[in-house]
Design a protein around this ligand. Structure first.
Ligand SMILES: [Mg+2]
Length: 364
């Protein structure tokens, strides 16, 4: 089998909140690039990459330039192709930024091809630890909502069957610690004690602020506090992690695999969160999962549940899948949720088919 062709298309995907329907800025879109990688036996591997912002046009070109290097290669030889891509760019376009976002798209498409060629769903190829996996609603309980809106959204998520959900602190404006604490308390009041509640800070606190506010919300029983300070302040994170009973999650902002070594050795986090696009695709995500397992730490995903469900379910230390619905509209069908768990697909590869009408409608 050989790679014979490729196509990368830039899209603007509507930014709405299909989970709780909370108000959004009308007409806002998220720029993404979709990739189709084709083989001589008519298999098409697909992938999505983003975080290009106003450079999404450049990201699309980068995906095509890397895809061109793969033509003629055997798509099952993932690591050989990754090395060829790194060599082809003189090893100097990485390890972060557009090179890695583009590389990740190629790697994801290669794994989709591998699954389709071997007629197995990706999660089985990667280890197949479980066939259903916990998931949490994300993106609906944002810091921009009022307390009333956050409570209303939280109740909608519970009614929809979610058993886990994530909210945010580091509220907009100039909040006092009391404001921050009130927000997680009102959400907890709305959902009761048995729903798992996570809280994302998105790197907006200093370590001492995280320790102060973290102590004050310990009785809320948060499942984790996420990205409490700058992602690469490994020692600062370790101070917060050591000081608080609440588990600290982090890692989504880290590029490649090597920084995870520093993060894990410094005991910066209790729960390792890995973004597949910043990590370098399926291949690198799984390596980080193995590293986390060796440190006796659980691993969780960031965005794109329709793809990450395979990876989290494959690992013995996979904890839960972030159900961030940003890209669901791109596909004809995405994994079902039953009793708060994602059901692993049985179709080969990623088990996803682009909805061609949506792709045409979103074209940039
Ligand atoms: Mg986050």
């Amino acid at each position: 089998m050989k790679i014979t062709g490729y196509e990368a298309i830039a899209l603007n995907v509507p930014e709405d909140d299909p989970l709780a329907n909370m108000p959004e800025e009308v007409g806002r879109t998220r720029p993404v690039v979709v990739l189709r990688l084709r083989t001589d036996n008519d298999i098409e591997g697909i992938a999505v990459t983003f975080y290009g912002g106003k450079m999404t046009g450049s990201l699309r070109v980068a995906v095509e330039e890397l895809a061109a290097i793969t033509v003629g290669e055997d798509p099952l030889r993932t690591e050989a192709i990754i090395t060829k891509l790194r060599n082809g760019t003189g090893d100097s376009c990485g390890p972060g930024g557009i090179f890695t976002l583009a590389l990740s798209a190629i790697d994801i498409a290669l794994w989709d091809i591998k699954g389709k060629a071997l007629e197995q769903p990706l999660w089985k190829l990667l280890g197949g630890h479980r066939d259903r996996v916990a998931t949490y609603a994300s993106g609906s309980l944002r810091r921009g909502l009022t307390d009333d809106q956050a409570q209303q959204a939280a109740r909608i998520l519970v009614q929809k069957g979610f058993r886990e959900m994530k909210t945010q602190m580091a509220l907009p404006g100039n909040p006092t610690p009391a404001d921050e604490i009130r927000r997680v308390r009102v959400v907890r009041d709305a959902i009761g004690p048995d729903i798992k509640l996570m809280c994302d800070i998105n790197q907006r606190w200093r370590p001492e602020q995280a320790i102060d506010i973290g102590h004050r919300v310990e009785d809320v029983g948060l499942f984790w506090l996420e990205d409490v300070t700058a992602h690469d302040d490994y020692q600062g994170l370790a101070r917060v992690t050591a000081a608080l009973k609440t588990p600290i999650a982090g890692g989504e902002y880290v590029w490649g695999i090597t920084p995870f070594r520093q993060m894990l050795e410094a005991r910066s986090v209790d729960i390792v969160m890995v973004d597949i696009l910043r990590a370098g695709g399926v291949s690198q995500w799984m390596k980080i999962a193995g590293m986390a397992e060796a440190f006796n730490l659980p691993i969780v995903s960031h965005v794109m549940p329709e793809i990450l469900v395979h990876l989290v379910a494959a690992c013995p230390n996979g904890l839960t899948v972030e159900y961030m619905p940003w890209m669901l509209a791109l596909y004809e069908e995405t994994p079902a949720i039953e009793n708060g768990e994602l059901i692993l697909p049985t179709k080969p590869g990623l088990g996803l088919t682009f909805d061609e009408k949506a792709i045409a409608a979103f074209k940039a």
